[in-house]
Design a protein around this ligand. Structure first.
Ligand code: ARG
Length: 463
């Protein structure tokens, strides 16, 4: 590109310094919104035509030229080889090269400031849809494994100590719920992304009778921005998208961490297939859950982008500032990271089996039924705090004797309360511990069955 071809060449008498150009140019990464920018330009050209600012022939030339650029970009491997400043100047110079003077009219009534905000939002809309579908796929994989091991019982943990028995499917459904909220948040972000800035000009609004509503309708935007200054300087939409993705990554990292623990020899609750595990270059026996560790680790990258965007926007004066060009790479890498992470999480879950014997054994040892015993005493009329204390004493006794609670004799049990009778042993069974948790959201097999069904139906129904 020669000096005079720079979008802003007229006022300048010197070429940009090489280092400045390398620092300033964004084409190496913002070419990613090439197609979105073309679509916005076509809609803008139609608006110029409707406003009588270009002729029918010029419109045809512009639309034809832009459409051709799209086609060329797919077939020509060298297409993007250019020293253009950014994707917007790249498209404009290519268009002028192809169709001549009509191309020089395209930028009438717009600025790169409203242009980039529009193209970026348009691009992000589609990505939000894709991320949402990938979350849905992972939810589906989670439901599959939950249904596949419908009767598996395992210990639930608090403080990483065995707490109460739960169904494996109940643990699965916890992650299903987190991901469901992530999708809801994405849908909400989508609504605010889906607002059209084009027609805001550089900051003060466009000086031509451009029908913004018509452009919005053509590009599928739900509404138009209400303030031109805000429209060109707002990047909230990018920040809330990355923040939402940060939460997705939090959820994936927790799933990963649970699974890393559960597939260790110490737990032995689950086994990952070889296809999603790695070996050690040194220790021949090793089978490592690398995919899960990366899920845990990659969360940090996305949090970093979230922080970078907040720091970049903090204290920026109105309206557009070049600082904001930094939004692209943060969002691009967030999209790439969250998409591959969701795909990886789904295949790991699909390639996991539960060792139901191990989880069962773990669920029936370690006094996980102590709460059941306290609840039993409450049902016999004892205040809960008193019952808690009494059962604590029994647990101590059982620990001393090296047995489980249900292995104590009735007499030993009755040493803490004469209310205890034979039926206590039933209430200490695993079946009864599970069945008793029957309030909405609880781990009783009946409730979990309903929740699984509701989850499956909800998944089909959503988006
Ligand atoms: N590449 C720029 C960005 O991403 C486009 C907008 C440039 N506007 C300007 N007035 N220099 O923000």
């Amino acid at each position: 590109m020669t000096d005079s071809e720079k979008l802003w060449g007229g006022r300048f008498t010197e070429r940009p310094h090489e280092t400045f150009a390398a620092f300033n140019d964004s084409f190496r990464f913002d070419r990613r919104i090439f197609t979105a920018d073309l679509r916005c330009s076509i809609a803008h050209a139609r608006a110029l035509d409707r406003a009588g600012l270009i002729s029918c022939e010029e419109l045809d030339a512009i639309v034809g030229g832009l459409t051709q650029l799209q086609a060329d970009s797919v077939i020509d491997a060298e297409f993007f080889k250019s020293d253009a400043e950014d994707v917007h100047s790249f498209i404009e110079s290519k268009l002028v090269e192809a169709i001549g003077d009509a191309g020089r009219k395209l930028h009438t009534g717009r600025s790169r400031n409203d242009q980039v905000a529009t193209a970026f939002r348009l691009w992000l809309r589609d990505e939000i849809d894709e991320v949402s579908v990938l979350i849905k796929d992972l939810q589906g994989a989670i439901l599959d494994i939950a249904e596949g091991f419908r009767d598996a019982v395992m210990p639930g943990y608090t403080h990483m100590q065995r707490a109460q028995p739960i169904l494996f499917a109940h643990w699965c459904l916890a992650y299903f719920e987190m991901l469901k909220r992530d999708r809801e948040r994405l849908a909400d972000v989508y609504r605010r992304v889906n607002v059209l800035p084009l027609g805001s000009g550089a900051l003060a609004g466009t000086g031509f009778p451009i029908d913004r509503e018509a452009i919005a309708a053509e590009l599928g935007f739900g509404s138009v921005t209400a303030n031109s200054i805000d429209a060109v300087s707002d990047r909230d939409f990018a920040i809330e998208f990355v923040a939402t993705c940060s939460l997705v990554m939090v959820h994936l990292s927790r799933l990963a961490e649970d699974m890393i623990l559960y597939c260790s020899a110490e737990f032995g609750f689950i086994k990952l297939s070889d296809s999603v595990s790695s070996g050690s270059s040194l220790m021949p026996q090793k089978k490592n859950p690398d995919a899960l560790e990366l899920l845990r680790g990659k969360a940090g990258r996305v949090f970093g982008h979230n922080m970078a965007l907040l720091a970049m926007m903090k204290g920026l004066p109105l309206a557009y500032n070049k600082d904001m060009q930094e939004d692209k790479e943060a969002v691009f890498d967030t999209v790439d990271t969250v998409k591959i992470s969701l795909r990886a999480a789904a295949i790991v879950v699909e390639n996991t089996v539960v060792d139901e014997e191990r989880t069962f054994d773990a669920a029936i040892s370690g006094y996980l039924n102590a709460t059941e015993l306290a609840d039993y005493l409450v049902r016999k009329g004892m205040p809960f705090r008193t019952a808690h204390d009494a059962v604590g004493k029994l647990v101590l006794l059982a620990i001393e004797q090296g047995k489980e609670l249900n292995a104590l004799s009735l007499d030993e049990m009755r040493s803490v309360s004469s209310e205890i009778s034979d039926d206590v042993f039933d209430s200490l069974s695993l079946e009864s511990a599970l069945a008793s948790r029957s309030a909405v959201g609880g781990t009783s097999p009946e409730r979990v069955g309903q929740q699984l069904q509701a989850a499956r139906e909800g998944l089909e129904f959503q988006l």
